[in-house]
Design a protein around this ligand. Structure first.
Ligand code: DGY
Length: 329
């Protein structure tokens, strides 16, 4: 069924790149968020009263309560993200609301940030930066500010989807040996020599550095807990560009304190933008504010991808990135 593009009303919850907003305005009757204020649940529900579709981001929590309160005319929720853990897809599906995401377009940008975290954590970049900014650098020292080299180390990848594989592709030229754990073993052409571990425990025991690249699902949430972190080699490095809630942050902090972990690099946190302030006090933490997809190119591509999903839907086609209820990493 063709719902009619120009007449479809879309509420866009956050400010998007200019080119994307212009494209959306050409196609639909859009309500944009000019000042980029974070909409409360009430604001979102109020705006949704006159909307046929929502274009949301990871800062909007669309739980079952909110989804059940949406008007009957609302037919699609297009998220400007690959992750959709902020949307209760089962509740949406039950109400006949289509949910779409933006896979693929942020793979490279996120893999670049994973490499930045690996390098930043392994080489103590935050501490080094801090010393320069504080003007407290005394002299170069043969034994000072020593980090760990990536060359020759085993990189464990937890979640070998598109982003995990893009991290592997960047880590290989650094001389790293790639190991991974995934629900299923990949075909050889995608593995490219990486060693598969049937269990997360086995991967943790073997790797010197771990990159978290799985989606946040009921199976992965909290999976890097104290028990599992204790399996890692003393001094191992952990980086996370996926979702904060995959880590038990209390356990990660304790593992850093007792040197089970040598350093961490985090781009995502379980209660963003709140961060456990103790992480900020550690010299061996390298912390970024969810920058994984934050490049001009990628944010535009994400916007155009979300727009294409809406366009297909209102033209009566199946959107290219329709999310399935049980989908995960
Ligand atoms: C996503 O798209 O899920 C990312 O976390 C946003 O950077």
């Amino acid at each position: 069924m063709d719902f009619g593009l120009a007449t479809a009303s879309i509420y866009v919850t956050r400010r998007l790149p200019g080119k994307v907003e212009r494209k959306l305005s050409q196609l639909f009757d859009v309500t944009l968020n000019r000042d980029d204020s974070l909409p409360s649940t009430d604001t979102l529900l109020h705006a949704a009263r006159n909307a046929d579709g929502l274009l949301v981001t990871i800062t909007d929590r669309l739980d079952a309560g909110l989804i059940n309160a949406l008007p009957d005319r609302l037919r699609i929720i297009a998220t400007f993200s690959v992750g959709f853990d902020h949307i209760d897809v089962a509740a949406a599906t039950k109400r006949g609301i289509t949910v779409t995401n933006t896979p693929g377009v942020l793979t490279d940008a996120t893999a670049e940030i994973a490499m930045l975290l690996l390098l930043g954590a392994a080489r103590g970049a935050a501490n080094g930066e801090h010393i320069i900014r504080k003007n407290s650098w005394n002299a170069w020292a043969p034994t000072g500010l020593l980090g760990i080299q990536l060359t020759g180390k085993r990189l464990g990848i937890y979640g070998m989807g598109e982003i995990g594989r893009a991290v592997a592709a960047r880590a290989r030229p650094f001389g790293m040996e790639i190991h991974y754990h995934n629900r299923n073993r990949l075909p050889a052409e995608l593995e490219r020599g990486a060693q598969y571990h049937t269990s997360l425990e086995s991967l943790l025991r073997q790797c010197d550095m771990l990159s978290v690249n799985c989606a946040s699902t009921p199976q992965t949430r909290g999976s890097l807990n104290a028990e599992r972190l204790a399996l890692m080699k003393p001094g191992a490095i952990l980086v996370n560009t996926a979702r904060g809630d995959i880590l038990d942050e209390e356990a990660v902090f304790n593992a850093l304190l007792n040197n089970r972990l040598g350093a961490i690099g985090l781009d995502v946190y379980s209660n963003e933008p709140e961060i456990d302030p103790r992480f900020q006090t550690l010299p061996n933490s390298f912390l970024l504010p969810h920058l994984g997809s934050a490049t001009h190119e990628t944010r535009e591509a994400m916007g155009f991808c979300a727009t294409a999903n809406l366009e297909a839907f209102f033209a009566g086609r199946i959107p290219p990135n329709k999310v399935a209820v049980k989908s995960s990493h």
